[in-house]
Design a protein around this ligand. Structure first.
Ligand SMILES: [Zn+2]
Length: 654
C-alpha cells in the first residue's frame, strides 16, 4: 500500500488528481519449499533455491528479497521419478506420448521458453504428472553464453548461472485476473468460485540452470536422447557440463522430492488511478503500467516503465500548470498484482466495464519500458499509423547514423495483441484498441536480461541495460507523444483501413493453417472462407470511404483553426464528433458476448492469446482452435459468427 500512496502523492504533486482504488483478491505467498534429488532414498543433491548474493549488486542481498516461487502455484509435497519435457509445449508433450514415454505419476522437468509458464504446468497436470520444475537453459540465450566465451553477470553480459525466473503459473489463456472472480470485480463480499479453472493443482518450482544440471545429469543414459526428437528439442546449452539431454524417465531408484508450500489468502491490492479531465468527457485515453515486481529490484520490470509514466505525468502536469486542457480525458493507472496474472488491471476493467466501453478510445500500456535498445511494439491495427507517425518524430539515442529516429532504427513490425501484460482486459475483454511497447527485444548480441530474477537490478541496468538512461527517456517520449496525439487531434488518428487490411492478412494465415490440415480439402470449408472473404472485402470498401471522410474532416479542422466561423464550425465539429464516435466503437463491434469456446472470458473474435501459447496472439482464435481440433462443425460456426461481426463492423463505419 505504501507504494500505491507514494505513487498517488507524486502524481498529485505533479498536479494530477489521483486516488488509490483497492480490490480484495485471492493470492498466494510462499511459506516453504524444497527440491532434492534422491538416489536409493539418499539425498544426492539438495537445491538451495537461492540466487547468489553479489557484492557488486546491492539489491541481490536485501534481507526482504523475494524467495523463488511461482504465483498461483499449488501447495504439494511429491517424490517421484521425472522426465525431461523440453519446453513443455503442447507439441512437446505430444512428442513424448508418441515416443511412448510414461508421464503419469512423474515430475516434469521443463525449460522456460516458447509458451507461458502456466500452460506448461497445465499440460503436465492434464497428462497425470504430479509436479513441474521449470528451469532456464542457456541454450536459449543466443550467442551471449559462457560457452561462446562471454563472462556471466556481473563480470560480463552472459546469464548468471544462479539466476532464477520467478513468475505466475496461472492459466493465462483461460482468463486473467483474480481466479475466483472471472468476469466481475473482486470487491469485498462478492461470491467466489473455485480457483482451479485458471490455476494448477500440482506443485511447481522455478530453478536456475546451475541447480538443474545435477537433475539433467542424472538422466544421462536413461530413455531416448533429445537429439532423436524433432529439431525443437536440439537446443541444449549444457552439453559442456556433461548433460546429454536424455529424456528419461529417471530409473525408479532416482527420484525428485518437490515440496511447495503456499499460503493462500484474500487480501487487498491497490491500483493508483489519476485523471486529467478533457473538454470531451466521453472520449477517454487510458495509460497504464504495473507497479508490482517479482523482486526487490525490478529495474527493468516494471520500474523502467514506471519511471516513464512518472516522467510523462510530470510533463503533462507542467502543461496543465500553463493552462493546457486536453481535448479528451486522460486516465493514468499504476496497476498492482500484474505479475500474479494481470490482477489489478483486470479487476479494474471488470469494475468499470460499462463506462470504459462507453467512453474509452484507446489504452496504451508500457510494462518493461527499457531493457535493451530495440523498439518493439504490439498493437491493435487501428493504432498502427499513429504509432508510425509518432516514432518518426522522436530521435533515437543511437546516432551512429546522424538524425536517426526511433522509426528509422525499428524493424517496423507491429505484433498482434495476445496477452502477457495489462492490456489484456482492455483489448480482449472490453474491445478497447490497445498498444504495448518498450525498448527491449533482444538481438543475438545484446546482454542477457535476467527476467524476474534478482539480477533485474539497478546495478545491471547501469552496466548493461541502459547505462545513460537515454532509452528510458525515449520510452517516455514515445508514450507521451502518442497519448498527446490521441487526446489532442480533432479527428482521432486511427486508421480503419489498416484494420480491414489486417483482417485479410489474418484470414490468409488461417487458410494456410487449414490447408496444412485435413479440414481444408472439404468443399464446404472452402465455401465458409469465401463468405468471410466477401464480408472482409465489404469492410475494406466501407473503411476506405470512411477514411476519406475522416481525412477531409481532419484537413478542415486544421484549416478552421484560428478563423472561427460559428455556423461552419458547429457543423464541422458535429461531423468530427460523429466520425470520432464511429472510430471509438469500431473495436467493440468485434466482441462476441458468449466469448470463445471453453474460455468465455475472452470476447474478441480477432485477438486472443493462443490457447496453448499464452503470450503470442492468435488471430481469429475461434477458427484457429477449430482447425487445430479438426472440428469442422466449430469451424463453420466460427466462420459464421465472424462473418456476421465483420458485416456489423462495416455497419459501424457507414
Ligand atoms: Zn512486467
Amino acid at each position: 500500500m505504501s507504494q500505491a500512496v507514494w505513487t498517488k502523492d507524486r502524481w498529485e504533486e505533479f498536479g494530477v488528481k489521483s486516488e488509490v482504488v483497492p480490490y480484495e483478491v485471492y493470492i498466494n505467498y510462499p511459506l516453504d519449499h524444497r527440491l532434492a534429488l534422491l538416489k536409493d532414498g539418499e539425498v544426492s543433491f539438495e537445491a538451495t533455491l537461492e540466487e547468489d548474493v553479489l557484492e557488486e549488486d546491492p539489491t541481490t542481498g536485501l534481507e526482504d528479497r523475494v524467495p523463488v516461487f511461482h504465483g498461483y502455484s499449488a501447495s504439494g509435497n511429491v517424490t517421484a521419478q521425472y522426465v525431461y519435457c523440453n519446453y513443455g509445449t503442447f507439441t512437446d508433450f505430444e512428442n513424448l506420448l508418441a515416443a511412448g514415454i510414461e508421464l503419469e505419476g512423474k515430475i516434469a522437468l521443463v525449460r522456460y521458453g516458447g509458451v507461458f509458464r502456466g500452460l506448461k504446468v497445465k499440460r503436465a497436470q492434464e497428462l497425470g504428472m504430479v509436479g513441474t520444475i521449470i528451469y532456464t537453459d542457456p541454450g536459449d540465450d543466443g550467442l551471449v553464453t559462457e560457452v561462446n566465451g562471454y563472462k556471466p553477470y556481473p563480470e560480463g553480459p552472459a546469464r548468471n548461472p544462479s539466476s532464477v525466473q520467478r513468475g505466475s503459473v496461472q492459466y493465462l489463456s483461460q482468463f486473467p485476473g483474480d481466479p475466483t472472480t472471472p468476469g466481475y470485480a473482486s470487491k469485498p463480499g462478492v461470491p467466489r468460485l473455485p480457483a482451479n479453472e485458471s490455476t494448477p493443482s500440482i506443485p511447481s518450482l522455478p530453478l536456475s540452470y546451475a541447480e538443474a544440471i545435477p537433475l539433467l545429469q542424472a538422466l544421462n543414459g536413461h530413455g531416448p536422447n533429445a537429439s532423436s526428437f524433432p529439431a525443437r528439442w536440439h537446443k541444449g546449452g549444457l552439453e559442456h557440463k556433461n548433460v546429454s539431454y536424455n529424456i528419461g524417465p529417471s530409473p525408479p531408484s532416482v527420484t525428485i522430492n518437490l515440496m511447495n508450500l503456499q499460503n493462500y489468502t484474500i487480501t487487498p491490492l491497490w491500483n493508483t488511478i489519476g485523471i486529467i479531465n478533457g473538454s470531451i468527457s466521453d472520449e477517454v485515453i487510458v495509460l497504464g503500467n504495473h507497479r508490482d515486481a517479482w523482486i526487490a529490484g525490478g529495474a527493468g520490470d516494471p520500474n523502467s516503465g514506471s519511471v516513464a509514466l512518472l516522467e510523462l505525468i510530470r510533463s503533462f502536469g507542467i502543461a496543465l500548470s500553463r493552462g493546457w486542457k486536453p481535448q479528451r480525458t486522460i486516465v493514468f493507472a499504476s496497476w498492482d498484482g500484474e505479475e500474479y496474472g494481470l490482477v489489478g488491471s483486470t479487476e479494474w476493467v471488470e469494475d468499470y466495464l460499462p463506462w470504459l466501453k462507453d467512453s474509452t478510445v484507446a489504452y496504451l500500456n508500457v510494462d518493461v519500458g527499457t531493457r535493451g535498445t530495440r523498439f518493439n511494439c504490439n498493437a491493435a491495427p487501428l493504432l498502427s499509423s499513429a504509432i508510425y507517425e509518432v516514432t518518426k518524430s522522436i530521435k533515437s539515442p543511437n546516432q551512429t547514423v546522424e538524425g536517426s529516429t526511433v522509426y528509422d532504427l525499428w524493424d517496423k513490425h507491429i505484433g498482434t495483441m495476445g496477452s502477457g501484460s495489462d492490456f489484456t482486459a482492455f483489448q480482449d475483454f472490453a474491445g478497447i484498441p490497445s498498444a504495448d511497447f518498450g525498448f527491449g527485444k533482444t538481438g543475438p548480441l545484446d546482454p542477457i536480461y535476467h527476467y524476474h530474477s534478482n539480477y533485474d537490478s539497478y546495478a545491471w541496468m547501469v552496466k548493461y541495460g541502459d547505462p545513460s538512461f537515454e532509452y528510458h527517456v525515449t520510452a517516455a517520449k514515445v508514450w507521451s507523444l502518442l497519448a498527446a496525439s490521441l487526446s489532442e487531434k480533432a479527428v482521432i488518428p486511427f486508421n480503419a483501413s489498416d484494420y480491414a487490411i489486417s483482417l485479410d492478412r489474418y484470414l490468409d494465415s488461417v487458410k494456410h493453417m487449414a490447408n496444412a490440415s485435413k479440414i481444408a480439402h472439404e468443399k464446404d470449408v472452402v465455401h465458409a472462407f469465401t463468405d468471410l472473404d466477401r464480408a472482409i472485402e465489404h469492410l475494406q470498401r466501407a473503411a476506405q470511404k470512411f477514411e476519406t471522410r475522416a481525412g477531409d474532416l481532419a484537413i478542415q479542422a486544421t484549416a478552421a483553426e484560428g478563423k472561427y466561423n460559428p455556423a461552419a464550425t458547429n457543423k464541422l465539429f458535429a461531423d468530427i464528433r460523429a466520425v470520432n464516435t464511429q472510430y471509438k466503437v469500431l473495436e467493440r463491434a468485434f466482441l462476441y458476448p458468449k466469448g470463445l469456446d471453453g474460455r468465455s472470458w475472452f470476447k474478441h473474435v480477432v485477438f486472443a492469446p493462443g490457447k496453448w501459447t499464452g503470450y503470442a496472439g492468435d488471430t481469429f482464435p475461434g477458427l484457429v482452435e477449430a482447425i487445430q481440433a479438426g472440428d469442422k462443425k466449430a469451424l463453420h460456426r466460427w466462420a459464421g459468427i465472424i462473418e456476421g461481426i465483420v458485416w456489423r463492423a462495416a455497419g459501424v463505419l457507414s
